[in-house]
Write a protein that binds this ligand. Sequence first.
Ligand code: FAD
Length: 330
Amino acid sequence: MNPFSYTRATDPQQATQATATNASAKFLAGGTNLIDLMKMGVERPTQLVDVNRLSLAQIEELPNGCGVRIGALARNSDVAQHPLIVQRYPVLSQALLAGASPQLRNLATTGGNLLQRTRCYYFYDPAFPQCNKRNPGSGCGALNGFNRIHAILGQSEQCIATNPSDMNVALAALDAVVQVQSAKGTRSIPIADFHRLPGDTPNVDTNLQADELITAVDLPAIPFATRSHYLKVRDRASYAFALVSVAVALDVQNGRINAARVALGGVAHKAWRAQKAEAALVGKTAGEKAFRAAAETELAAAKGYKHNSFKIELAKRAMVRALSTVAQMT
Ligand SMILES: Cc1cc2nc3c(=O)[nH]c(=O)nc-3n(C[C@H](O)[C@H](O)[C@H](O)COP(=O)(O)OP(=O)(O)OC[C@H]3O[C@@H](n4cnc5c(N)ncnc54)[C@H](O)[C@@H]3O)c2cc1C
């Protein structure tokens, strides 16, 4: 392991001052991803800024019925079990509970989950020489390698890695907004603009700057999000990352779809907001015919590789099943 210094921040200003003055400093939250990557030699920060003592763990209503704010240090277990989340945004609670294990969820934070890195084998293991994400310009080992867990939408010739987070899929469907702070001030980043597609710079996962601290995630008020669901399809029933997942919320009146939110996980470099499917669903009678047509529309541009082409049909079927589950809710 590389040598690094350790600082424990007591307030956000102190934390962001450290990252403003050291470009290779990293915030440490639950440590469940960062420490693993440091042990593997994938991440090599020269300074860890421990943010666990910051008071950013609250989960509370925003004023004037504008939604709910989740502090960046709220643990995945606490978010999943919080009554505001369980009652108003069940899709988020279910997504969090589908991730990792109880022990990991007790440590993992909202900010850290947003920034967890891909589980692409070629990225995670420096013994593989080719990875444009870890070592820009070295190539993509997955393109012609073992690519069972890789992307089918939005990928590039430079990178076919996927974002592994379950939480991010629910946040994409809910149009969450990420609140961040740095020594220069604060800003809000809509979740759609937070993570990036790989393009020619797959080494850059997000539009967050290295010195910026995530302070909270805001969920807008979406009354029909009470009718929402997260479906995760994986190789094992528990403790496995998604092959494909779907977050769905539906507003159905008298059998007709007024509004739809659909996002896919396990298929792209970021949680994939299925806007074509959403547009295809609005105004239709809720039912398998409309759901399958919407899934076909969304996946029309999908491209598979040697080991993951099965994901295209899997994603369509998962969409139909998740939409059917929500349509049947009273
Ligand atoms: C065995 C195992 C199985 C798993 N299974 C799943 C799964 O099925 N589904 C799933 O979604 N996840 C899964 N995970 C991943 C887990 O959810 C993440 O490791 C966790 O959410 C990361 O949160 P953390 O607080 O531990 O982040 P850390 O490891 O502390 O940090 C991760 C990154 O976020 C940065 N960071 C942390 N907080 C902030 C902040 N406030 N502002 C700016 N940057 C910040 C850190 O600098 C680091 O770069 C699994 C992990 C393991 C080890």
